[in-house]
Design a protein around this ligand. Sequence first.
Ligand SMILES: NC(=O)c1ccc[n+]([C@@H]2O[C@H](COP(=O)([O-])OP(=O)(O)OC[C@H]3O[C@@H](n4cnc5c(N)ncnc54)[C@H](OP(=O)(O)O)[C@@H]3O)[C@@H](O)[C@H]2O)c1
Length: 358
Amino acid sequence: MPSHPTVLLTGASGVVGSALLPQLSDCHTIALTHRNPVAGVAEQLAGDLTAPRLGLDADAYRRLVARVDAIVHCAAITGFTMGPSATHALNEAGTRQMARLAEDAGSVLYHVSTAFVDRTDLTRAQLGQDQGEATARPEDYLDSKRAGEDVVRSSGVPAVIIRPSVVIGDAATGEISAFQGIHGIVNGLLRGLLPLVPLPAASPVDFVPQDLVAGTIASLIRQGRREGEVWITAGTNALSTERLLQVIGDTADELGLTPMRPRMVGPEMVDRLIRPVFIANLHPRARRRFDDMLAMTALFAHGHVFPSSLGQLAGIPKAPSATDLEAALRTSVAYMARAKGMLRHLPEPAFTAEQVSA
Ligand SMILES: NC(=O)c1ccc[n+]([C@@H]2O[C@H](COP(=O)([O-])OP(=O)(O)OC[C@H]3O[C@@H](n4cnc5c(N)ncnc54)[C@H](OP(=O)(O)O)[C@@H]3O)[C@@H](O)[C@H]2O)c1
């Protein structure tokens, strides 16, 4: 890898891509943009990974092939409601295009997958559980991401498969380009709207701050790593559901909000006892929201711990401690509360701390 490589980044406007951009300051980065342009990048190229040749004309494609040293492939459909064909069109067929580009360019492919490929057998659909009125189909996303990995492995190009767990905001600021499923739960708790979380108290919820994900990918490129599978997860340090909810509740208290301290109930008990009595009587929209949450939380319910490569491979960051994770979670909760205008009603202090102590 040259010391100042040319890196093609897909998905640059997304959560991971936008966190990665500032970490690639020693590279010449070309962002392949789709609908949203991005700021702070040397060069942008509009394209569409579901179109032949990434939507580029033959000349533009040839010019790109001649320049690229490394590809970081982040573009994906990450939502659970787009349906299997649109999801596979980008996450599987789009990945095939990136593998072909890597082959044409003789470059390394850093393919961003997900740790949840490990949990395709834990969806409610796979477990034969009642999906109620859920519109979220995590199975489409997980199947497409697993298929995307198969494409990369069978392509024969030098490739590193990168598997983050749930990505939360920047550890220092909480900033994130779009709120994720976990923020939806935080939002419900902070607004006092979520009396029950369908997870056992002991189930680990593995999340990692976006800057840790970005820093790890940037170090893999800097090292010129050309193969392997890299799990960017908290692993055994992941917080339990109980601790996660406690930290969220305590942070909300500190922010002067009145959060919900929800009950934690495993999905089997929800189906057996709570669904027939309470959920069935909810407004249809609330019922759908609950079933969507259940579809997502099912992936955490069975107590599995992800492997982690952090600290295990030379030159990449070490795993965050539980204390680091709690601090990052607090920062993310505060960022979201501020961004969603939840703190607006709080009166400004009459005196600042400095004025009081002066
Ligand atoms: N966020 C997480 O918690 C998380 C966790 C584990 C793994 N991952 C993986 O990390 C990667 C990045 O995820 P993310 O959360 O950053 O995604 P994201 O925020 O949903 O962003 C998706 C990106 O894909 C681009 N895109 C969508 N359709 C496209 C198309 N047809 N052609 C080209 N680009 C297209 C989008 O561009 P426009 O906005 O311009 O359409 C956007 O930049 C994904 O592979 C995801 O599976 C994410």
